[in-house]
Structure formats: structure tokens, C-alpha cells
Design a protein around this ligand. Structure first.
Ligand SMILES: NC(=O)c1ccc[n+]([C@@H]2O[C@H](COP(=O)([O-])OP(=O)(O)OC[C@H]3O[C@@H](n4cnc5c(N)ncnc54)[C@H](OP(=O)(O)O)[C@@H]3O)[C@@H](O)[C@H]2O)c1
Length: 112
């Protein structure tokens, strides 16, 4: 099957939920295209570390930056703190992919 190729070099993509699942797949694709990737970390440090290793491996030798910071997407203060830490670490943000599950338990009628 043909694969589209994009050049993300020099850009930084922030991915919530990037330590596993769909977010990690997106992170690997961005890294394969040469882009820096920042993910929100898993609650399990070993899972975050493995994800960062997979992202670096996907870059296949391209010089990219990867990083992970804690973020609870259901809490405004945590999201603000996450993006503050991204900035403080010297990352410019070009793209954001929001993939962390963000629904909070409750009745459907109260969220519509
Ligand atoms: N997978 C599917 O079949 C499917 C289908 C339809 C829609 N979706 C949607 O697609 C998105 C990604 O799904 P996925 O299956 O790839 O997700 P996932 O693997 O269940 O979770 C991805 C990451 O998000 C983190 N996470 C979970 N809750 C979080 C929270 N409140 N704040 C910050 N991070 C949080 C998880 O952290 P931990 O490692 O600590 O758990 C995990 O590292 C979700 O919004 C989901 O609802 C998925």
C-alpha cells in the first residue's frame, strides 16, 4: 500500500494520551516524519518510558526531541501546568493532538 510522506522536521507536536493507543501511534508517525514530540505521561512511569523509546525508534536516527509531562485532561489546572512545563522546557508548540480519553463519569443528559 502506498504511504504518504510528510516533513515535520523543525516542528513540535504535543499529544495528550501519547503514551499509548491512538496517541502513541500518532506520536510515532510524527517522529517518523522528523518532528519533535511531547506527550502527556501515563500514570505508569514504565509505560511512559517505553512510549518515549518507541517514539525515538520511530524517528529512525533523525534528530528529534521527545519529552513527557504529567497531565490530567479533566482538570483545568493540570492542563495549564502541562503546557507551562512544555514551554519551560524550551519547546515551541506547532501542533496539538488531543487523544487522551477525557470524558468524566455521569449521566448523558447532564453532558448534553
Ligand atoms: N481505542 C478505540 O477503539 C477508540 C474508539 C473510539 C474513540 N476512541 C477515543 O480515542 C482516544 C484515544 O483512545 P485510546 O484507546 O488510544 O486511549 P488509551 O490507550 O485508553 O489511553 C491513551 C493514554 O491516555 C491516558 N489517559 C487516560 N485518561 C487520561 C486523562 N484523564 N488525562 C490524561 N491522560 C489520560 C492514558 O494514561 P494511562 O496510561 O495512565 O492509563 C494513556 O496513556 C480517546 O479519546 C478515546 O475515547 C478510542
Amino acid at each position: 500500500m502506498a504511504q504518504a510522506s510528510f516533513d515535520f522536521s523543525g516542528t513540535t507536536t504535543v499529544i495528550t494520551g501519547g503514551a499509548s493507543g491512538i496517541g502513541l501511534t500518532c506520536a510515532e508517525l510524527v517522529a517518523r516524519c522528523g518532528g519533535n514530540v511531547i506527550v502527556s505521561s501515563s500514570r505508569r512511569p514504565d509505560k511512559t518510558e517505553k512510549a518515549l523509546q518507541r517514539i525515538k525508534a520511530a524517528a529512525a536516527g533523525k534528530a528529534i526531541r521527545t519529552d513527557a509531562f504529567a497531565c490530567e485532561v479533566g482538570t483545568e489546572d493540570s492542563v495549564a501546568s502541562f503546557f507551562k512545563q512544555v514551554g519551560q522546557a524550551g519547546h515551541r508548540i506547532d501542533y496539538v493532538i488531543h487523544s487522551a480519553p477525557s470524558s468524566t463519569p455521569g449521566l448523558i443528559k447532564s453532558s448534553t
